[in-house]
Write a protein that binds this ligand. Structure first.
Ligand SMILES: [Fe+2]
Ligand SMILES: [Fe+2]
Length: 321
């Protein structure tokens, strides 16, 4: 996350850098060493509180429960699993892209693209920090292996940034395609997916999804400038798909195990329905996914303008509030 310490001053209105009103840091919190806050709700320990909204506000803070998605433990932990990869994953994205827009490795000359890269770095930097707070919540709930795993993967990705910068960029562009697909689904089906989240979580996911839709083509455009051609990006997508599925599934299983729900058939039935049922989260995403492998693919071929225009004011209100 150090890569975000000095964000360049070239931000542009085209890629707005929103700064959610998030308080954090265990050190700043009265909740103790694991205290944190997500969108204004503080957690510390398994059921920790902060000043918040709702009926309990007068009496004090509202807790974020262990299971915070109405679709149940499986759905909650799929989101937890994804979120727990974002702090180190998005730092990797930023390093991969800034590598080509930075000092001696200054391969991108187009001022417009350089400016978009700065905006991308700013947005991903914010995401990484906010999901770090979610990570603090997960640690407070006892899923401590995630921190060790993240440290290992962070070291591995830093190594890849140093030794294989072009492949790191291709991995980043491919992962941006995957996050754009998921973001579009999250926004388009917001009534079911984010409305069913704990009120402290929903704005974070809507905000993140909106910004993923906004900057979905930037890493791809850098990749086209640095390493055009279909081979590298196809390999990168194959690698990403395999490892992202494995990592997300592994983390979900781990958290279900911690909850004592690993062998609960009902939880698995509900999880399969959530992902693959008639209106499952992953249903119908095949064509968008496969489009990546087309020779003439570009992320902007799917027009998200209307979705962005609809959600931008709502997200702005939510993060300001
Ligand atoms: Fe992000
Ligand atoms: Fe992104």
């Amino acid at each position: 996350m150090q890569a975000f310490a000095k964000l360049p001053g070239e931000m542009t209105d085209a890629i707005p850098i929103r700064r959610p009103a998030i308080r954090l840091s265990p050190a700043d919190s009265a909740s103790g060493p694991t205290g944190a806050s997500i969108a204004g709700v503080v957690v510390g320990g398994a059921e920790a509180p902060v000043a918040g909204a709702g009926p309990a506000a007068a009496a004090g803070p509202a807790p974020i429960p262990r299971i915070w998605h109405a679709s149940g433990p499986f759905a909650t932990h799929v989101f937890d699993a994804l979120s727990s990869t974002f702090p180190f994953g998005e730092a990797f994205f930023v390093r991969s892209v800034l590598h080509y827009c930075d000092g001696e490795r200054d391969a991108i000359r187009d001022p417009g693209l350089r400016q978009r890269i700065r905006g991308f770095a700013g947005q991903e930097g914010q995401h990484s920090r906010v999901h770090d707070e979610h990570m603090t919540l997960l640690l407070a709930h006892g899923y401590r292996f995630l921190a060790r795993r993240n440290r290992f993967l962070d070291r591995m990705l830093r190594f890849h940034n140093r030794r294989t910068p072009r492949f790191s960029l291709a991995l980043t562009a491919a992962l941006e395609h995957l996050t754009a697909i998921l973001a579009r689904r999250l926004l388009a089906d917001s009534a079911r997916l984010t409305a069913d989240m704990h009120p402290a979580m929903a704005p974070v996911w809507r905000w993140h999804a909106l910004e993923e839709a906004e900057h979905k083509s930037i890493a791809y455009d850098v990749l086209c400038a640095v390493a055009p051609g279909r081979g590298l990006r196809a390999i990168a997508m194959g690698v990403n798909t395999f490892f992202l599925c494995l990592e997300t599934f592994g983390r979900t299983v781990y958290m279900l195990g911690c909850d004592g729900l690993l062998f609960d058939r009902g939880v698995w039935r509900e999880g399969i329905r959530f992902l693959l049922g008639d209106s499952g989260v992953l249903r119908g995403l095949g064509p968008e996914y496969r489009a990546w492998y087309r020779r003439d693919f570009h992320p902007d071929q799917v027009d998200d303008t209307a979705l962005i225009a609809y959600f931008a004011p709502r997200v702005a209100r939510e993060i300001a509030g």
